[in-house]
Design a binder for this molecule. Sequence first.
Ligand code: CAA
Length: 282
Amino acid sequence: MKNITVIGSGTMGNGIAHVFAQNGFEISLVDLKEEFLKKAMATIDKNLDRQVGKGILTLEQKEDTLGRITTFTHLDEGVKSADLVVEAATENMSIKLDLFKKIDYLAPKSAILASNTSSISITKIASATQRPTQVIGMHFMNPVPVMKLIEVIRGYATSDEVTQNIMKLSEGLGKVPVEVNDYPGFVANRILMPMINEAIYTLFEGVAGVAEIDTVMKLGMAHPMGPLQLADFIGLDVCLSILKVLHDGFGNPKYAPCPLLINMVEAGYKGVKTGEGFYHYT
Ligand code: CAA
């Protein structure tokens, strides 16, 4: 594989493009507007500078990495020579189904189509295409250049060959891929989101304050961030939507989102991206 197309240039998409380009792949980065792509390239530039500052990359390697990324606002041009497409668009079922239908039509027949979805069924996404054996989940973690894990999700029809290909490719990126099956929340969010939800319930029920809950988990369990800070970082709207997927998918009340989380999202307190969540961001 040489040509990788990344669809969506937001936080996850620009991180995914960064990591592939850093490892020698040619990247087509696709988004709806030129301004989104400009912002993404500026973010990649800044994150590459951090790596240069730490001696992980030389200035020349930084420039080469940037030189391997081409941006597109038209999907047809962006996917036409892809060996692998990694979709990292908005986490919305109808947007993803529509996108995969189009990508399936426009990308070479041999291309593997991957989604970075954090909770939407890969089997469902694959059903929108004529190549369900070649559709797979590649769930990167934020911040992508730093986090080692790629959760590789096999849809019901994903072939062994495609799975092995993606596992090997992920290792070539310096990541650690873990193969999991396609059930609600996969593994990462099935375990992470109930912990975050329980932290919100702990606050809601007045057991302890925000800083106290986070300090217990940071210093007591050696987590790099407390669960409430992590929820702000992920986005409270994203946490709510993943909990709904778990709740609907398993029909088990243990996944019911805390009313405080629902209220905060409805009030527009979505965490870092809106400047307000469990913490205040300036
Ligand atoms: N690109 C490149 N390097 C980056 C970076 C980026 N975007 N962001 C941070 N870094 C580097 C920094 O340069 C720094 O490197 P050194 O330690 O070598 O100096 C290192 O990462 C740590 O960064 P900071 O010093 O700025 O801050 P920190 O020590 O607080 O670490 C963090 C930041 C890595 C994000 C850490 O707090 C952490 O691990 N948090 C938890 C992250 C996590 O759990 N992510 C998963 C979220 S869930 C998800 O993504 C999936 C989902 O479906 C919801």
